[in-house]
Write a protein that binds this ligand. Sequence first.
Ligand code: DX5
Ligand code: ZN
Length: 218
Amino acid sequence: PLQCCINPSILSADFVNLEAELARIANADAVHVDVMDNHFVPNLTIGLPVVERIAQVSSIPLDAHLMIAEVDRWAPAYADAGIASVTFHVEASDAPIKLARELRARGSKAGMALRPATPVEPYLDMLTELDMLLIMTVEPGFGGQSFLDVTLPKIRRARAAIDGSGANVALQVDGGITDESITRAAEAGANIFVAGSAVYGAPSPAEAIELLRTKARL
Ligand code: DX5
Ligand code: ZN
């Protein structure tokens, strides 16, 4: 697959200095913004007003990852706000095809995320409805966890299905991506890599992004 993107997650950034933290990752492809609601996951981050403001000051597009319950109700407003890519969890949606269509109709790319134990097979027929499939490589909720190698076969099956379908769907991985695990994820077929602690935990986030790019190149 075409290697594409390094999307740093601002979950590991300094939340009181977001504009400066965004400037440190200006060489990334997009900024990954984790929205959590204390219901779908046991953690709480930011909501639409802050995400909108980040979009106003960011020099790169936003990749919003919604880890929220009742996502059919809340996700379309992120698309209305002009967020470039909006990803919802299939486990939180009653009508994923309808929601993906709503996001696209509002001008956003539609992403769908799967928790580590959620199988991909039931969703392979709806790939054409999506711009991105996100396979979580940790349990969503917190940064700094270890990459779950048990997700690698699912990444491989998703890559095979995407290639077989001819659909233009990016395959994103999120969680535990380091300059070591990224190679395994890339070999399995992922082409968009989210990294929080590996980028913001480094002395130079910009250099960490370049290192990840190099390691993702097969
Ligand atoms: C976890 C979030 C991730 C998180 C990744 O629920 O969705 O985006 O920021 O952090 P790292 O890269 O530290 O695992
Ligand atoms: Zn995320």
